[in-house]
Design a protein around this ligand. Structure first.
Ligand SMILES: CC(C)(COP(=O)(O)OP(=O)(O)OC[C@H]1O[C@@H](n2cnc3c(N)ncnc32)[C@H](O)[C@@H]1OP(=O)(O)O)[C@@H](O)C(=O)NCCC(=O)NCCS
Length: 247
């Protein structure tokens, strides 16, 4: 009973919309799914694998939350809204973790054995975020809504994006200044573009320097060059005018 009470308390603490104990008890499918998982987990450990999985499917039907009976969940897990949450077989979830709707703690489909993530204590995962593979999200870290996390996240950090990158670490804003830091399938193209821009900037600086040096050698040179160019243009035009005179 103590654990049920702390689960209800954690819902009320983390969601201002939960106005009473009854509200939390009746209107939070996340709570029902976590309680259901405690039963499926006992069945799983008692080697009643198929009944455990069948019951997990029924719980999914009623709550929209799919938790594998073998997943290890810590205390006071709060799944808000819940619909579409998937927690894979080898996932490990610490204490006081918060997950929103659509979160997947999934495998990458490439390995067997431990293939789902580990979320340390007090991790917060925004809606529709995907955390894939045997990676660890450090204590107190936050994953932004819609992110796809494919690498370990250090403690006390915030990650966002696809693929996710760190925007806050230990309370300090982290800015990406080098495209090599973005590990994305498009990174190579961005790196190539950035290198090309640097080359062109260097060339422009070189050309400006040459021009400035020439002007410095003889201040009249540039003006004289301009006059010559003007005279040549005038000469060409004069030819055209003379051709027109015979018509
Ligand atoms: C990740 C999150 C926790 C960060 O919150 P925060 O610390 O207040 O961060 P900020 O608002 O200062 O954002 C910092 C930067 O990250 C960007 N950012 C924030 N969240 C982002 C996200 N989910 N995806 C992509 N970029 C995001 C912001 O645009 C901002 O970029 P900028 O500095 O270039 O303008 C929050 O944005 C989030 O996603 N919360 C989840 C909310 C949720 O799931 N609610 C469900 C309700 S049903």
């Amino acid at each position: 009973m103590g654990r049920l009470a702390e689960d209800i308390r954690s819902v009320r603490e983390r969601d201002p919309a939960a106005r009473s104990v009854l509200d939390a008890l009746l209107c939070y499918p996340g709570l029902h799914a976590v309680w259901g998982h405690r039963v499926t987990s006992v069945l799983w450990r008692a080697k009643l694998r198929l009944p455990a999985r069948v019951l997990a499917q029924w719980i999914r039907f009623f709550t929209g939350i799919d938790i594998h009976p073998a997943a290890k969940l810590g205390r006071r897990l709060f799944i808000d809204h819940g619909q579409g949450v998937v927690i894979g077989e080898t996932a490990v979830v610490g204490d006081d973790v918060t997950l929103y709707q659509g979160v997947t703690l999934g495998g990458t489909g490439k390995v067997r054995g431990k293939r789902h993530p580990t979320l340390c204590d007090r991790v917060f995962v925004g809606n529709n975020a995907n955390i894939l593979g045997d990676i660890t999200i450090g204590e107190n870290s936050r994953v932004g809504a819609g992110s796809v996390v494919l690498q370990d996240v250090p403690p006390n950090s915030t990650v966002v994006g696809v693929p996710a990158h760190i925007i806050y670490r230990e309370g300090q804003r982290v800015l990406i200044t080098d495209p090599r830091e973005v590990k994305d399938p498009l990174s190579d193209a961005v790196i190539a573009l950035s290198n090309r821009v640097e080359e062109l900037e260097a060339r422009v600086r070189e050309l400006c320097g040459e021009q400035a040096r020439a002007a410095a050698r003889n201040p009249l040179t540039a003006e004289e060059e301009e006059r010559t160019h003007y005279r040549e243009e005038l000469h060409k035009l004069r030819d055209y005018v003379q051709m027109g005179e015979g018509i």
